[in-house]
Design a protein around this ligand. Sequence first.
Ligand SMILES: Nc1ncnc2c1ncn2[C@@H]1O[C@H](COP(=O)(O)OP(=O)(O)O)[C@@H](O)[C@H]1O
Ligand SMILES: CC(=O)N[C@@H](CCC(=O)OP(=O)(O)O)C(=O)O
Length: 289
Amino acid sequence: MNDVIKKADVLVEALPYMRKFQGKTIVIKYGGNAMVNNKIKESVLEDITLLKYVGVNPVIVHGGGPVISETLDKFEIESEFYQGLRITTKEIMEIVEMVLVGKINKEIVSLANKFGSKAIGVCGKDGNLIEADDYELNSKNEVDLGYVGQVKEINSEILDKLIVDNFLPIVAPIGAGENGESYNINADLVAGHLAAALNADKLILLTNVEGILGDKNNNSSLISSLTIDEAKIMMNDKRIAGGMIPKVNSCINALENGVRRTHILDGRVPHALLLEIFTDRGIGTMVTK
Ligand SMILES: Nc1ncnc2c1ncn2[C@@H]1O[C@H](COP(=O)(O)OP(=O)(O)O)[C@@H](O)[C@H]1O
Ligand SMILES: CC(=O)N[C@@H](CCC(=O)OP(=O)(O)O)C(=O)O
């Protein structure tokens, strides 16, 4: 089936649901691992533009972990992860900011504009959007994460204004410390906090796995829906690990702060967003209260 026919099929199925989401805010986190090639990136930005034009208010938060890692490799700087978070020295922080704000944010803005969105790229420093401080680990392990940040406060005024004026906000996950220093915040966590602050209807995390995998027997099948309590048990049992931990924590934070539904899905699937938002057949994992 060619791309246009495939999209038409999805749209016909989606049509009856579209009105339900008009005027609603949906925060979409576009993960670096889901940005595999230009065709997929373009398709995601085209679908987000379509959401905008049918009256939904999408807000994008992007990642870019793989490009950060590639760039660090070029500079022959090693980086390590702890519980899905990149340990960030001062030197690494400069590269993280350069890649996320200078390269990936502008690339996504350009792609979105190509499809007719009025995209505006910001990072957490713009309009003081994301106030951050040192990330606090829950474990007793003494690991110095350096400039890894956690969200202290979201000042969503800048986003509220952009949404009202029909712009498409695209947020790079860099936070501003008390003295103007930069913090590297995992993009999933930023998305969860933004969804809560914007009173979003949905939080959608686009990644490169189908969703949360593994059931009680620990096989690798997709779990279509699970509650906060079930997700916490899976994290305790280490059946949810690595990069999935910040995603699940982000969903929990959003749900506990008023977001209605949270979803984790494979952003590489054609029209994943439209299928997940506007049809009955969810394609990923929905985490609910
Ligand atoms: N239970 C789980 N289900 C799915 N993925 C899991 C699970 N536990 C750990 N993971 C890991 O989390 C990864 C997704 O996180 P990550 O690579 O950081 O994505 P992104 O770059 O999109 O933020 C998966 O590729 C997988 O290796
Ligand atoms: C603290 C931390 O881990 N920050 C992430 C920020 C980018 C990100 O989250 O990108 P993805 O969503 O593509 O993984 C990092 O340095 O990779």
